[in-house]
Design a protein around this ligand. Structure first.
Ligand SMILES: NC(=O)c1ccc[n+]([C@@H]2O[C@H](COP(=O)([O-])OP(=O)(O)OC[C@H]3O[C@@H](n4cnc5c(N)ncnc54)[C@H](OP(=O)(O)O)[C@@H]3O)[C@@H](O)[C@H]2O)c1
Length: 247
């Protein structure tokens, strides 16, 4: 059985991806901070008859991140898919945030993504196949705040790997969802009550879009018709106009 390691597997997009890969017959390594909840998720996956492993780790903590890195690079237990789904946002403007929260955000959205991708790739290349999906965001196209900058990094980092991996059989993807119904907004304290329903994506729709785009060889995946034109639009519009539209 192929094995997938999914970070952020307790909730939202990470959990939806884990469920979907289990449905396809993957054994799963589930990573997040909340141990009891992860155990519950592992039990839920039992219906698919796949193997599950729980790895409790705060990806903002270097030592705990190291345990995930070690698991990913263990040649005795190869990991065929890495889904970096862990993440969170900060609802307040940069001027009002605590710098330690900013650092944690960079640790999880940037450092952990780089470290875990680095740990996963050599084995995949050696075995001649593998998939790395990094959950980025359409926020990365909008250049607004540290969250947006971190997501722009994740997307650029992924796109930059494509040439290097050509011919190895390893696929990479930056999955860039728009607003998606998960715990993300409640956790970050975002006020989303007035955002109209048609803007929202469903987690299964996001995972479906990602898998479809992997099949098509699309490196940057933007699920949902609502967001399809956003990357081209943000590239075409002058930055000053983009700032006015955002306001
Ligand atoms: N929802 C949206 O509108 C949206 C849109 C675009 C992109 N995204 C991106 O999608 C990704 C997943 O978010 P989501 O919407 O699925 O949110 P979510 O429902 O809040 O899930 C976030 C997951 O990340 C885990 N996590 C958070 N901090 C962690 C840490 N320090 N170490 C380890 N795990 C951590 C959480 O588990 P524990 O609390 O158990 O650790 C949880 O499993 C994020 O990168 C987010 O930026 C979300």
């Amino acid at each position: 059985m192929p094995t997938a390691l999914v970070t952020g597997a307790t909730s939202g997009i990470g959990w939806a991806y884990a469920r979907r890969l289990a449905h396809q017959g993957f054994d799963l390594v589930l990573v997040a901070r909340d141990g009891p909840r992860l155990e519950g998720r592992a039990e839920e996956l039992a219906v698919y008859g796949v193997g599950t492993e729980v790895l409790v780790a705060d990806l903002a903590d270097r030592e705990q991140l190291r345990s995930v890195e070690v698991r990913l690079s263990d040649p005795a237990r190869p990991v065929d898919w890495l889904v970096s789904g862990a993440g969170f946002g900060l609802a307040t403007p940069f001027g009002e945030t605590d710098v330690r929260d900013e650092e944690r955000l960079l640790d999880v959205l940037v450092r952990a993504v780089v470290v875990l991708t680095k740990a996963a790739l050599p084995g995949m290349v050696e075995r001649g196949g593998g998939t790395v999906v990094t959950v980025s965001s359409v926020a990365g196209f909008l250049r607004r705040g540290t969250y947006s900058a971190a997501k722009a990094y994740a997307t650029a980092f992924t796109e930059g790997l494509v040439e290097e991996l050509r011919g190895t059989g390893v696929r990479v993807q930056a999955l860039c969802p728009g607003l998606t119904r998960t715990e993300f907004h409640a956790r970050s304290g975002d006020d989303v009550d007035r955002i109209p329903g048609w803007v929202w994506l469903d987690v299964d729709q996001v995972v479906e879009g990602s898998l479809r785009d992997l099949g098509r060889g699309r490196v940057v995946s933007v699920p949902g018709w609502q967001y399809a034109a956003l990357p081209a639009f943000t590239r075409a519009v002058p930055p000053s106009l983009l700032r006015r539209i955002r306001r």
